[in-house]
Structure formats: structure tokens, C-alpha cells
Write a protein that binds this ligand. Structure first.
Ligand code: FEO
Length: 420
């Protein structure tokens, strides 16, 4: 890697008007140089209905520093944005806060093209990047609390292991109170606005909840420790710059408050009913169970899996207290869409749920027992053996469904009251 000691001079060899993409100024000497992926709708199994962004940031300090890169197909967009404010060869340092390929995909090529003095990552990041790209250049490992001078600014590193990968870390500029938080506080949201105060809060909250529920939920223990560490350290944030979605400059306390709330995983008087159906019988059961719950004052989300994506189910479960699962029996098994949702939810490890199973069947009726076993394996407190009904339920049978809904409600209210 070539040595670079020149101080940045924006006038040198940069004709920004000729660049198809432009950098966006975040604050003095800090620019957003990421990419907007308007069309993505499937992010490794997560339905990204509003697209996403891959945020990279350029710090125009004496040592020009790039924080993270973008997904490989978006390399030209990132380079164009960088080149709209500076010759990319003037980048001295590249910091990789997170090795996942939506942020590191074009890192090898960026290193090749810019030949920085240093590339820095956490010790796990060094290992993970090598295992992804099998390169032969050197990446320097930084530890929690390490500081690096950029000349007229400093960056400080904070390991955030398992948020949400072993390599994940934050980078902080103490002089400016600016945090580069990689995936944390991010969301999948493609917009032409780059700041939180330019976007409706209801959209931010919805997409932030979805991101938390689908990406961060398994690691809430680490989030609680991190929030404690931030609180004890007295670190202040004027801005939080995540790797996806808008930059936080107005709602910082609010979003940290949401992380605090969601990471506690406390139960609430809300039930999520998921099911699929072959000939409408399990659907009828679901409706009657929902009515029993509703009458008892429980907020119900009824989610037919033929039309509701697993990642939306995970989002609804984030602030729920009960998961009720229905499936017909098909060839001695759970219906495939129900199995898909259960596998996905098991990985997300939502805590403090009660649960119940139901379903219509013709002869074997194994699905209800299998759902209960699955719920048990997820750590859900299963309230009884479940309810299975033969073929098409009549009115008397549907009253039993209603009673199941009422029983779930009773147990849920008791659980919520005992945790108050
Ligand atoms: Fe946005 Fe974990 O990558």
C-alpha cells in the first residue's frame, strides 16, 4: 500500500459536476457516499418491502477515511459519490465496522483502487474478511477502546461483538460526538431523504421494529450490555450514522429508548395467530380463536401464511405475548408454510411467549402435536395439548376454538400482570 501524507485539498483533480452520483454532506467534513437499492425485496429471507440503502461514509480529515463500503454491484455508485468531493486515491484509511457483504462486498476492489495506508477492522473482522475474500493484503486489528488519530480528528473503536456478527464494531469521533454504528440503529428503507427528521416517524418506527425483530432479536442480551456500557461511559451522540437507512440526528434518544424497550422482550396483551389452510377448515378455527381472544380484550394479529411473510410475523411478535399456530395435517406433517415460519421464528429466539396449537385433520392429525413440540423447542410456554378438529368444523366445534382463544387470553393476562 502506498504512503500518503498529503492534506486533503478538494480542488485537486476533482470535477464534481462530471460525476453521475454526488456525495451528500452529513455535517462539516463528513459525507454520505453510499448507495440506494430501491428494488431489493428479499434480503436473505427478510422481505424488504421498501428497499434499502448501503451506507458508506467519508471523513475528510487530514487522513481521509472511508467508513465501510457497499454491496459489490454498487461499487461504481459509491466511487462516483466519493469522487464528487475528493480523488478516491486520497483515502488514507478504510475502517470496516462489519464484514457482511452488503458492507464489505466491494472492499477488496476499493483497497486495490485506492491503496490506503491502513485498513482497520476488529480482530474478528480481520479473520472474517480474510475468510470471505481470501486476499493477501494486511488488515490491522483494533481493540475495544483503541484510538486512531486522523490528524485533526480522532476515531475511537468500540467492539460490539454479536451485534449482529462476531466482527461487528462501532467507530466514534469524540470531538464531534458522531457514532458510526454499522447495522445497529439501521433499517431497510430506500428513500431520497438521508436524515431521520425528513421522514415520517411512523415509517421509521415500523421499519426500525422490523429490522430489530428480524436481525437483532437473537442478541438482545448483548444489546442490554451495550446500552449499559454506553450509559456508564457517558458517551454522547449528536448523530448516529448506521449502515442502512436514515442518519439519526433528531430522534436519537427515541431510537435508543426503543432498543431498550425491545431488548427487554417483555410480554404484552397482544396475540399473533399464524396459520395456513387446505380447504378452509383451519382458517375457520383461526377466526373463532381470534374472536375468543378479542372478546377478552387481547389485541389480535391474524396472519394467514399464504399471504403474510415470515419477516412480518417476526415483526408483529416483537411486542406480543402469545403465539398461536394453526396447521392442517398434510402427509403426517405440518403444512410447509407453517414449518417455514416456525423454523425462522425459532432462530430469532423471541422470549416470554405463551403459545397454543390448532388445526383441522382427516385421519392422523399429527400437525398439532408437532407444532406443540416445535413451540416447546422455541422456549414458548405451551398452554395445553392444542385443539384438533376432524375435517370441517361445525358450530359446536367452533365454540371450542373460541374457548381456546379465551383460555390463551386468560393465561396471557395473568402472565402480563405478574411481570408488571
Ligand atoms: Fe447490513 Fe449485517 O449487514
Amino acid at each position: 500500500m502506498g504512503k500518503k501524507t498529503e492534506v486533503f485539498n478538494a480542488q485537486i483533480r476533482v470535477d464534481k459536476m462530471k460525476k453521475p452520483f454526488r456525495a451528500l454532506k452529513v455535517t462539516d467534513n463528513i459525507f454520505w457516499v453510499g448507495a440506494i437499492d430501491w428494488g431489493i425485496r428479499n434480503f436473505h429471507g427478510y422481505a424488504t418491502n421498501r428497499g434499502t440503502t448501503y451506507n458508506a461514509y467519508l471523513i475528510l480529515a487530514n487522513k481521509v477515511t472511508l467508513v465501510d463500503t457497499v454491496k459489490a454491484p454498487f461499487k461504481d455508485e459509491m466511487f462516483s459519490r466519493i469522487a464528487s468531493v475528493i480523488d478516491p486515491e486520497k483515502i488514507s484509511y478504510i475502517i470496516s465496522n462489519h464484514s457482511e457483504m452488503d458492507h464489505s462486498g466491494c472492499l477488496p476492489e476499493t483497497i486495490k483502487l485506492t491503496r490506503p495506508e491502513k485498513v482497520l477492522a476488529s480482530s474478528m473482522g480481520v479473520k472474517t474478511l480474510k475468510e470471505h475474500f481470501h486476499y493477501d493484503y494486511e488488515i490491522a486489528a483494533v481493540k475495544d477502546g483503541d484510538r486512531l488519530s486522523l490528524g485533526d480528528m480522532t476515531v475511537q473503536f468500540m467492539e460490539t461483538r454479536m451485534l449482529h456478527w462476531p466482527d461487528s464494531m462501532f467507530t466514534y469521533i469524540p470531538e464531534r460526538e458522531i457514532l458510526f454504528s454499522q447495522d445497529a440503529f439501521g433499517m431497510h428503507l430506500a428513500t431520497s431523504q438521508r436524515f431521520d427528521d425528513e421522514i415520517e416517524w411512523s415509517i421509521l418506527e415500523e421499519e426500525q421494529a422490523k429490522y430489530f425483530a428480524n436481525i437483532l432479536l437473537p442478541y438482545t442480551g448483548f444489546i442490554r450490555k451495550l446500552l449499559d456500557k454506553i450509559s456508564e461511559s457517558g458517551l454522547k451522540f449528536k448523530m448516529i450514522l448506521p449502515d442502512h437507512g436514515p442518519i439519526w440526528r433528531r430522534n436519537i434518544e427515541k431510537v435508543i429508548g426503543l432498543y431498550d424497550k425491545w431488548s427487554r422482550q417483555e410480554p404484552s396483551k397482544k396475540a399473533v395467530i399464524i396459520f395456513d389452510t387446505m380447504w378452509g377448515s383451519t382458517a375457520k378455527m383461526a377466526l373463532s380463536i381470534a374472536d375468543g381472544l378479542t372478546e377478552a380484550g387481547i389485541d389480535v394479529k391474524l396472519m394467514p401464511l399464504s399471504s403474510c411473510h415470515r419477516s412480518n410475523v417476526a415483526t408483529e411478535l416483537l411486542d406480543a405475548g402469545a403465539l398461536v399456530v394453526g396447521s392442517p395435517t398434510i402427509n403426517n406433517n405440518i403444512f410447509p408454510t407453517v414449518a417455514d415460519a416456525l423454523v425462522y421464528l425459532k432462530g430469532l429466539r423471541r422470549k416470554n411467549l405463551i403459545g397454543a396449537a390448532f388445526g383441522s385433520y382427516g385421519w392422523g392429525g399429527e400437525a398439532v402435536k408437532q407444532i406443540n413440540e416445535w413451540l416447546g423447542g422455541m422456549g414458548v410456554e405451551v398452554i395445553n395439548d392444542g385443539l384438533k378438529l376432524k375435517y370441517v368444523p361445525d358450530e359446536v366445534s367452533l365454540v371450542k376454538c373460541r374457548e381456546l382463544g379465551a383460555l390463551v387470553a386468560e393465561k396471557l393476562v395473568r402472565k402480563c400482570n405478574s411481570s408488571d
